[in-house]
Ligand binder design. Sequence first.
Ligand SMILES: [Zn+2]
Length: 559
Amino acid sequence: MKKIVLIFIMLFVCVKVNALEVNISKSNNNSLKITWKDDGSSKYKVLKSTKKNGKYKQVINTDKNSYIDYGLTYGKTYYYKVIGKKTSKIVYKKVVPNKVNNLKIVSYGANNIKISYDKVNVTGYQIYRSTNKKKWTLIKTTSINSYNNTKLKNNKTYYYKVRAYKKVNKKKIYGSFSNIVSVKTNKKGELISKINNFRINYSKKELIKILNVSENIIDALNINFNEYAYNNLIVYMNLYSFSEDELIKQLNLYDKFENSEIEYALNKYNGEYGNNIASEEYKHRKDLYILGYSHEEIDFIINNFNFDEINKYLNIKKYNNLIGFKNSKYFNIENIERYQNYYNKNKYSEDESVLYVEIGLDNEFYTNMKKANVDDGKLILVNKYYYVDKDYYANTETLGSGYGSGSLNKEAAKYFREMVKEAKKDGIKLYSVSAYRSYSTQKNLYNRYVRKDGKKKADTYSARPGHSEHNLGLAVDINCASSSRHFENTKEYKWLKDNSYKYGFIERYPKGKEFITGYKYEPWHFRYLGSEVATEVYNLNVTYEEYVIIKKSLWKLFN
Ligand SMILES: [Zn+2]
C-alpha cells in the first residue's frame, strides 16, 4: 500500500514538473505580456484561444521567452498555452481597463474638494462616493483624470473611489476600483466649516472691514473657493488648516505683495508654516496660468510632467491640445511643438497626429533624413526618411529556377521559396519579377524614371538609391510590377494577403496608406521581416512605419 502511494506521489510530482512554467507577467489595458521559463527548446509556440476548451491558434513561433499580445478586445477572456519541449498549462486573462492608481485629494476649498488620479487611457472614469464605505453612489462620469466635488455638507465624512471604463459597442467594461480617500467636514473647530461661515455670513464689504484688507484680496479669496488663480493659490492651499487669527495675518501679509513678489511671500510663508506647496510648483503654476492654461490643464501638467519637462518644454507657450497628445501612447515631450503644428495643419486626431509625427510625416519626404539602423538586421526600416549607404552589404543568394528572377537576403530567400512551394499546393503560382537591386542598379532605375516622368512623379513609385527595400535584399516584387495589370484583383494577391505573413512577408505599400509610406499602392511589393514581426504587422493591420512606433511604445510600457 505504501509503495502504491509513493508511486502516485512520484507520478504526481513528475506530471507537475513536466509542465512548462508560464505566466502572464504584465498587463496594460488591452495588452499583456506572457513569459515562460527556458526548457531548453530553441523555439516556443504560443497558442491562443478565446474559449478555454476551444480551438487554439498559433500566434507565434519564437526563440524568445516572452510574447507581447496587444490590440485585444475589452471584455473578452483570452487563453494561452506555450509549447517548447514541454507544454504549459493554460493561462488566461480577461481584458479590462487598468486599475485606477494614486487617487488623492489635491485641494480643498469651502465645502468642496478636488481629487485626481493617474490616467488609464480608456474611455473614461466613474467616480463613486460614500458616507459609510458600504453604500456607494456613482456621482460622476468623466473623461478627465480629476474631479471637483462641490457642495459638501457640514458634519460629514466622505469617501471616494474611482474606476476606469472602456466603452465597447454600447457596453461598458470596467477596471478595478482605486484606493479609497476620505475627507471630513464635521468636527468643531476645523476651519473648513469656518471658511464656510465666512462665505455665508459676511458680505464682501463687511469682510474687508473685518479683515482690514483690500478688495483685491477678498476677490482673490472668493475666486479661490471656486477655482485657481495664481495670485491666491497659497491662500487657497492653506486656509482650511489655520485659525481665524492666522488667516487674518496671512491676508495682511499678502496684501503687501504684488503678483511678481508672491514667490518671495511664498518662501517666507513656507519658512514659517511648513511646506504646504513647493515653491517650484507654485512658480510653474503661476507661469502656466499666465500662458493661458486653465486650472484643469495646470493640474494635469503638474500631475503628468516633471519640473524639468515643464521648464524646458511647457513654460514657453501654450499648446492647446497638450492633454490629448499626452494621452497618446506614442507621446514624447520633446516633440510637443511638432505635434501641435501638425495637428493644426491636418485633419487627424490628436493620437494620429502624435503617431504621424513620430514617424516623421511632419517633414516633407526626403528631408530630415537619417541613416537607417543597420543593427536592426532584417527589421531595418528604410523609407523616405531613412537610408542605407552605397556599401550596405545585403548577403544575398539567387532564388533559383522555378522562383522567378533575382536574389534575396539568404533568410528571406529561404522563406520565399517555402512560401512559393506552399502556395503551389493551393494552386497559386508565385514568382519574383524583381528582388535584390544594388545601389547602382537602383540609381540607374530611378534616374531613368526621373527622365521619363520627372522627379515628382518618379518619387511616387520609385525609391531613390539607398532608400529602397530592394537595396536591402529584403523586398520582392511578385508576379508583376505594374499598376495597370491590377495584381490586386488576382487570386494570387488574395492568397498573399491571407498567408504571406506566415512566411515572414508583409504587403509594404498598401492602399490608403500612401501618405505614410510615400508610395502609391503597390500590391506586388512584399517585404521580408520574419514570421514573428510579420504576424504582428498583419494582426495590427498597419504599415511598417506605424508598427515601428507602436512597438517602440510597447517596449517602453513593458520594460
Ligand atoms: Zn518593389
